[in-house]
Design a binder for this molecule. Structure first.
Ligand code: UDP
Length: 330
């Protein structure tokens, strides 16, 4: 099978590439614009997989290059992960998000339809749901994103759903909760440049000794200890969910939440590093981050029933693999 993976050198993309390359019959082409990924990740994927694959530095906004790629590629399936993903940045620079995420995806869909490529699995986010009264989110919740990042993902979902209804494509949409953890080798993980916004990349900086303590945003949320609670899904479980989609996408278009169904607070996570890695994370409490929700997690039943997938790993595996990666990338 000929597979195109967009955003394939990023945190999720690189782990998915390794998962895809395990299948001997897969011919993989990775594209990435390297805006939030390092070219050296290509060599790490090669080293860990011991397999050959094609890589092209490509910005999805470049329609001509994309057309050429599709003419040569003869793809059966697209995993579309490329996109900008910072909630904070999307509020400051929405234009970048409309261009990178929406226009990039339109160009990709255009190339697919022109070249008669039918199947696409799209990396969406639970951020599309926005705020709801219930904490346990299911796929039939209304989508009311509260930031531009979430809105761009919703727009792309709508394009996919419309094209599916017009029989132009088959699509599976995966709405991720909070991906975390790293490859077992300790050679792949999330390591953004500069000061990270998200919790785990920030903790990685603390383990590496680049930052002294964690700023916990809010200690008066309606959770067991007052700190925000999220559904952290191990990257390897996330990869396994994608691999399950390969067979299904040709038969049925659908939407799945991908999370564990178990929320953990920021303090749970800090304690897990002490418990499983004997590493103490220092912290201070700060005021709440704008737009943050107390607690939300996935209602896991749909993916379990229809995709035959559920998460196997928990906080122990997330903490240990994160710690291993941080130490090795010091
Ligand atoms: N968080 C924190 N300090 C940080 C980053 C995040 O206390 O430096 C908290 C945040 O308030 C939330 C949780 O950690 O309760 C997860 O935040 P993240 O940005 O990783 O995910 P999201 O809020 O987008 O689900």
């Amino acid at each position: 099978m000929n597979i195109l993976l967009t955003g394939g050198l990023g945190y999720i993309g690189s782990h998915l590439a390794l998962g895809l390359l395990k299948n001997k019959k897969t011919k993989l082409t990775i594209v990435d614009d390297l805006s939030n990924a390092k070219l050296s990740t290509k060599n790490t994927i090669k080293y860990l997989s011991k397999k050959k694959f094609k890589f092209k530095k490509l910005d999805l906004k470049n329609k001509n290059k994309l057309q050429k790629l599709f003419k040569v590629g003869k793809f059966d399936l697209i995993f579309h992960l490329a996109g900008s993903k910072s909630v904070k940045e999307s509020q400051i620079n929405p234009k970048k998000y409309y261009e990178n995420n929406v226009i990039g995806s339109i160009n990709l869909l255009h190339a697919m339809i022109e070249n008669n490529v039918k199947n696409i699995i799209f990396s969406s986010t639970a951020t599309v749901y926005g705020l709801h009264k219930k904490n346990c989110y299911s796929e039939n919740f209304s989508r009311e994103p509260i930031n531009t990042y979430g809105l761009t993902k919703k727009i792309i979902e709508d394009l996919l759903i419309d094209l599916k209804e017009k029989n132009q494509i088959n699509t599976l949409i995966l709405r991720y909760f909070n991906p975390a953890g790293c490859h077992i080798s300790g050679l792949l993980g999330e390591n953004p440049q500069g000061i990270p916004n998200n919790l785990y990349p920030y903790i990685i900086k603390i383990i590496k000794g680049e930052v002294k303590y964690l700023k916990i945003f809010g200690n008066n949320y309606k959770t067991k200890d007052g700190t925000g609670a999220r559904d952290y899904i191990h990257i390897q479980d996330l990869v396994d969910a994608h691999l399950k989609c390969i067979k299904l996408v040709k038969k049925k278009s659908d939407i799945f939440n991908i999370g564990t169904g178990r929320p953990y607070t920021v303090l749970d996570i800090i304690n897990s590093f002490k418990k499983y890695c004997n590493f103490k994370i220092n912290y201070n409490f700060y005021s709440r981050r704008e737009g943050d929700i107390d607690i939300y997690y996935n209602k896991i039943s749909k993916a379990k029933k229809k995709l035959g997938w559920s998460a196997k790993r928990g906080l122990k595996e997330i903490s240990q693999s994160t710690f291993n990666f941080a130490i090795k990338s010091k």
